[in-house]
Design a binder for this molecule. Structure first.
Ligand code: DAH
Length: 348
């Protein structure tokens, strides 16, 4: 093949290859193939050395022009590839700053935590200090010192969770405390009188149905001072009812029996739906809040407090129950509160 033909074949082949180049790596490979040191062009140039001086001059010029035009074509292709890349980016990475933002999910406290804080605050204003006594407790504090004897049904395995731990000669077995009243004697033992205690804690019982969960909360108030009477108890509850449930709510005491108080009461609050008239929800206009009473002298003595000098009132109410009563919530299954289902919890 003549020099001219060789050069022409090279250029045609170059143009064909250039047409199918799709990215800068392929373009670089093409440049090396046609313009590099071991390229097709160099092969053609080698033919020059067998030519006469005049021939060589003309052919050399042609070869240089071919080289130059291929270089220009490569540069042009490079710019073209870059332009296409940037155009692609403009659509792929476009940000429309006028679009509404994606709001991050905002969490909030669990309804139980909110209630604990509210109840704590109401009693704090009356001088009650929030404390926490053990959840894993001796029978001594959970039952014995509260006059709940060994034969009482509450101490049965079916009511209380017993811990598999060594028994203490005096304090008995360990249990998961079934009520916050376990804190009463413990608080007295600190020996700091008078006492205004608000013990809010987790409590445990072997129960699980629509209105019971095995882990629940109680808040226990304890007031011990000289001359504390049932009047104080009633005034305290009346204040709490109005603060927590609303100014129109009333309180009623019903005689009851607890081992650790004498006299003992069930505390009712006027129904929020019918304002005490009587409706389908409450029947007679009242709903039950929880137990209360004046501490039995033996309980005071168990805590090292002289019942001749001091008297005390105590009350212990279920927190979940109190929360659902305020909201007028008819939670069909109390277990939902602790199922961890955000769809339920988001409502409160
Ligand atoms: N501890 C009792 C219970 O869990 C409730 C209770 C009743 C607490 C009377 C008291 C009280 O402090 O005086 O059922």
């Amino acid at each position: 093949m003549s020099f001219k033909d060789e050069l022409q074949t090279l250029k045609t082949s170059f143009e064909g290859d250039l047409g199918s180049v799709a990215d800068s790596d392929q373009l670089e490979a093409l440049r090396v193939k046609y313009l590099g040191r071991k390229s097709g062009l160099q092969d053609v140039m080698r033919l020059l050395k067998d030519m006469s001086v005049d021939e060589r001059k003309a052919a050399g010029q042609e070869a240089n022009e071919a080289k130059r035009s291929m270089e220009i074509a490569v540069e042009a292709k490079d710019l073209e590839l870059e332009r296409v890349r940037l155009e692609g980016l403009a659509t792929e990475e476009a940000v429309d700053i006028t679009l509404p933002g994606i709001a991050p999910p905002v969490g909030h406290l669990h309804m139980t935590t909110t209630a604990i804080r509210e109840i704590e605050a109401i009693f704090a204003r009356l001088g009650f200090t929030r404390v926490r006594h053990p959840e894993v407790e001796w029978e001594w504090y959970a039952f014995e010192t509260l006059r709940v004897g060994p034969d009482h049904p509450a101490r049965d395995n079916w009511e209380t969770f017993f811990i598999d731990a060594p028994t203490d000669d005096k304090k008995g077995k360990m249990v998961l405390t079934p009520h916050t009243t376990n804190g009463d004697v413990r608080e007295m033992e600190r020996g700091d009188l008078p006492i205004r205690m608000m013990n809010i804690n987790k409590t445990y019982r072997r129960q699980s149905d629509v209105s019971h969960v095995p882990m629940f909360h109680q808040f226990e108030g304890l007031l011990i001072d000289e001359g504390v009477t049932v009047t104080d108890l009633k005034g305290l509850f009346d204040h709490f009812a109005k603060e927590y449930f609303g100014p129109e709510r009333e309180i009623r005491l019903r005689p009851h029996h607890f081992r650790f108080t004498e006299p003992s009461f069930e505390v009712d609050i006027s129904c929020g739906l019918c304002q005490g008239i009587g409706c389908r929800m409450c029947k007679d206009g009242w709903v039950e809040l929880g137990g209360a009473g004046m501490l039995h002298p033996d309980v005071l003595r168990a805590g090292g407090v002289d019942p001749e000098k001091y008297s005390g009132l105590a009350f212990g109410w279920g927190l979940e129950r109190t929360v659902s009563m305020r909201a007028g919530l008819n939670i069909s299954d109390l277990r939902t509160m602790y199922s961890g289902d955000v769809r339920f919890l988001q409502q409160f």
